[in-house]
Design a protein around this ligand. Structure first.
Ligand SMILES: Cc1cc2nc3c(=O)[nH]c(=O)nc-3n(C[C@H](O)[C@H](O)[C@H](O)COP(=O)(O)O)c2cc1C
Ligand SMILES: O=C(O)C(=O)c1ccccc1
Length: 399
């Protein structure tokens, strides 16, 4: 088996663990600790110091009593990895191909709106960090800069676009056209946020960034949206926000409506927010290409199951037909290993990179991503895995 492993892989595929060497060596040479902490909890704590209370509350918070945020973590913590020995893990290949996108590792940046509340460099900084590592950024419809600006910042990097499907047909078509023209290849349609969840941290501060016109840049730069305004947004900002709020999403949508998107987007479409195997089957039957098993990081339904707990049933139902992606609660490399073992082809990370952004702009995001990739590499190797295809449920403990 070991002879089958290629020995001449591009160095980028095996260099993730070297971030560890870099950090130790740099410490030796400078006598200083690293600029940013390395663990997810420490990064969050440091970012919290830098963020306004409102912004931190918005990013960290979830629905209701936040039982689902805890369930997301508990689902990971309940699972254990059983390492295997003597399997030649000297050269690892973490790369994968996902709906036509080549990834150096099975990690994408989850769509997160309103990033300017975390750092003024916002989405362009995230796009540069992601592109520098070859990881796809899934740009949110609710980005704080127009999708064209984020596309430009990502240069040659892979880019996917997340759609909050507006009520207005012309605005929808315009967003799709713009995304396509700007080089976004894959559409991620979010299904779980037609309405914003009940979020006490934000409610208690009456804080909603959109009301301050943060996170509506894609609408304010959209000809079809602007055509629907009686007065330009500069003259009547509140009317523009009201128009946005009225069309942001359409909770009356049903499975039948997906045919419209299928007809107007010629690349892969991935449905984000799927938690039930029957919904995954409906996605397949509607001609979709993938699903993201996600509960929106516990931000929508308090009491929803931990996302990892529902992953095996979704992967079991459609894993052979659709690209099954996963998010909600991924905080370290071992978490990625567990999600892949349970049937995910790749994972999306949300809050961790937002905290990196808050801490250090592009450099902070790059740091968080490199930590995650190094930790993934250093979870695979000591457990006896040199490539992703070797992961399956047998990697995990049974109790
Ligand atoms: C501040 C914030 C904003 C988000 N905005 C969006 C968004 O615009 N579109 C979307 O589909 N998901 C959005 N999400 C959900 C993420 O894409 C992702 O599902 C979630 O953050 C994953 O959980 P994690 O933060 O535990 O990694 C947002 C999440 C956060 C924390
Ligand atoms: O805050 C969120 O979780 C979110 O997904 C969002 C982002 C922008 C607009 C509405 C909801």
């Amino acid at each position: 088996m070991s002879q089958e492993r290629p020995r001449d892989l591009a160095h980028a595929q095996t260099a993730f663990a070297s971030y560890q060497d870099e950090i130790y060596l740099n410490g030796l040479l400078t006598g200083e600790p690293p600029r940013f902490p390395t663990g997810a909890a420490a990064v969050e704590a440091a970012a919290r110091e830098r963020m306004t209370a409102e912004a931190y509350g918005y990013v960290a918070g979830g629905a209701g009593g936040e039982a689902t945020i805890r369930a997301n973590r508990a689902a990971f913590e309940r699972r254990t990895i059983v390492p295997r020995m003597l399997r030649d893990v000297g050269v690892r290949d973490l790369s994968c191909s996902l709906l036509g996108t080549e990834l150096p590792a099975p990690v994408l940046l989850a769509p997160v709106g309103v990033l300017s509340i975390a750092h003024p460099d916002a989405e362009p900084a995230v796009a540069r960090a992601a592109a520098g590592l070859g990881l796809p950024m899934v740009l949110s419809t609710a980005s704080s800069v127009p999708l064209e600006a984020a596309a430009e910042a990502s240069g040659d990097g892979p880019r996917w676009f997340q759609l909050y499907w507006p009520k207005d047909r012309e605005v929808t078509l315009s967003l799709l056209r713009r995304a396509r023209a700007a080089g976004y290849t894959t559409l991620v349609l979010t299904l779980d946020t037609w309405l914003l969840g009940w979020r006490p941290r934000d409610l208690d501060r009456a804080y909603l960034p959109f009301l301050q016109r943060i996170g509506i840049a894609n609408y304010l730069s959209d000809p079809a949206f602007l055509a629907g305004l009686a007065t330009p947004p500069e003259e009547d900002p509140l009317a523009a926000v009201a128009h946005w709020a009225g069309m942001f999403a359409d909770p009356t949508k049903t499975w039948e409506d997906l045919a419209f998107l299928r007809a107007h987007w010629d690349g892969p479409i991935v449905l984000k927010g799927v938690q039930h195997p029957d919904d995954a089957r409906r996605a397949r039957d509607a001609g979709m290409d993938g699903v993201v098993v996600s509960n929106h990081g516990g931000r929508q339904v308090d009491g929803a199951a931990g996302s990892l707990d529902v992953l095996p049933s979704v992967a079991g139902a459609v894993g052979d037909d659709l690209a099954v992606l996963f998010d909600s609660g991924v905080r370290g490399g071992a978490d990625i290993l567990k999600a892949l073992a349970l049937g995910a082809r790749a994972v999306l990370v949300g809050r961790p990179y937002v905290y990196g952004l808050a801490l250090g702009g592009e450099e902070g995001v790059r740091h968080v991503l490199r930590c995650l990739l190094a930790e993934l590499d250093l979870s695979l190797a000591p457990t006896g895995h040199a490539r992703l295809s070797e992961l399956g449920p047998g990697v995990l403990g049974t109790d």
